[in-house]
Design a protein around this ligand. Structure first.
Ligand code: GDP
Ligand code: MG
Length: 319
């Protein structure tokens, strides 16, 4: 008899390695916004993959990075906390460029979490205690993403560099090496993604369906629309703006939805609106296409000075 497996899977990595793109690819539906800018994902987003004999809840996290603002700090806390309650940890790096300090921090935190899972399992405290024969030892799944951008040699070099980092971590901790599996993937082309999903499912404990079958995300619709507005804006504005933008749905009276776009300075307001209102208009059209038919979306731009640094503003925005 086949067992039904389910559980939570954290996808962690430094900003921009492709976490949200990978979660969307694994779930098969867009559940989380992506962009070429770092720090696009600001809070945890769950994407649910329903299979005949498993339900996988992927937790997309903000990238771990060195925080410079109160917002950055909250994002880091959220990413670190997401590791606490999961069954599988997917640590992600990208094949382009070298393995940097940010990647080492991600790998160290993930390895630490997997080690403590292994310890709990050994003591019989794991969620899957007694089920070890089926799920095996806790394993760190390392994804090397964006392999479409480097040749086979580049992928190999990168894998070796990551393995070296993990070996040093193991030695530093003075304990038995944790099991690690490597997955070269391209989240955009889909190469390697199916194999990764299989490995994730195999690592899940036996468990119930946590979410109804038709549900692919737990993000409330209002947050989702606000995020879509931000995503479309990020694709259209210059480099200095992204961190200054926050979006919030302030009224939801279907089909009328009102979304506020906060910026930090007057000059930014003009950029968001665009010449003759073109940018804002384009954003509205692009977002409406992704909403249920009939939506009437109103966009407003408001200046809220230094919102990223103010705890009261962050509370109001729901961070
Ligand atoms: P996150 O910050 O880790 O969530 O990264 P995103 O998912 O937002 O992706 C950051 C950027 O990398 C976006 O422009 C993606 O389109 C791009 N990207 C993600 N995965 C891949 C990949 O496998 N190959 C390539 N070439 N680009 C990718
Ligand atoms: Mg993201």
């Amino acid at each position: 008899m086949t067992v039904f497996r389910s559980g939570f899977v954290a996808v962690v990595g430094r900003p921009n390695v492709g976490k949200s793109t990978l979660v969307n690819a694994m779930v098969g539906t867009k559940v989380t916004i992506t962009s070429p800018r770092p720090n696009t994902t600001r809070s945890q987003v769950r994407g649910v993959l329903n299979l005949p004999d498993a339900q996988v809840v992927f937790v997309d996290t903000p990238g771990l990075h060195k925080p410079r603002t109160a917002l950055g700090e909250r994002m880091n806390e959220s990413a670190t906390a997401s590791l606490d309650d999961v069954d599988v940890v997917v640590a992600m790096v990208e094949a382009t460029g070298a393995v940097g300090p940010g990647d080492r921090m991600v790998l160290a935190q993930s390895a630490r979490r997997v080690r403590s899972m292994a310890r709990a399992a050994a003591l019989g405290h794991g969620r899957d205690a007694g089920d070890d024969a089926q799920t095996g030892d806790p394993t760190l799944l390392v994804v090397v993403n964006k392999i479409d951008r480097v040749g086979g040699d580049g992928v190999l070099t990168h894998l070796t560099a990551v393995a070296d980092v993990i070996r040093v971590l193991d030695e530093g901790d003075g304990e038995l090496p944790i099991p690690v599996e490597y997955f070269p993937v391209s989240a955009t082309s889909g190469e390697g993604v199916a194999g990764l999903v299989d490995a994730v499912v195999a690592r899940l404990p036996e468990g119930p369906r946590y979410y109804p079958e038709g549900m692919v995300t737990d993000v409330a619709e209002a947050f989702w629309v606000a995020d879509l507005v931000r995503e479309e804006l990020l694709h259209r504005v210059q480099d200095e703006l992204p961190h200054s933008i926050a979006c919030r749905v302030s009224e939801w009276e279907w089909p009328r939805v009102r979304c506020e776009i906060l910026v930090e300075r007057d000059s930014q307001k003009g950029i968001v609106i665009g010449k003759g209102g073109t940018t804002l208009k384009e954003v509205g059209i692009a977002v409406r296409k992704q909403m249920p038919p009939g939506a009437y979306l109103e966009l407003f731009v408001r200046v809220e000075k230094r919102w990223q640094h103010r705890e009261d503003a962050l509370d109001r925005l729901g961070f």
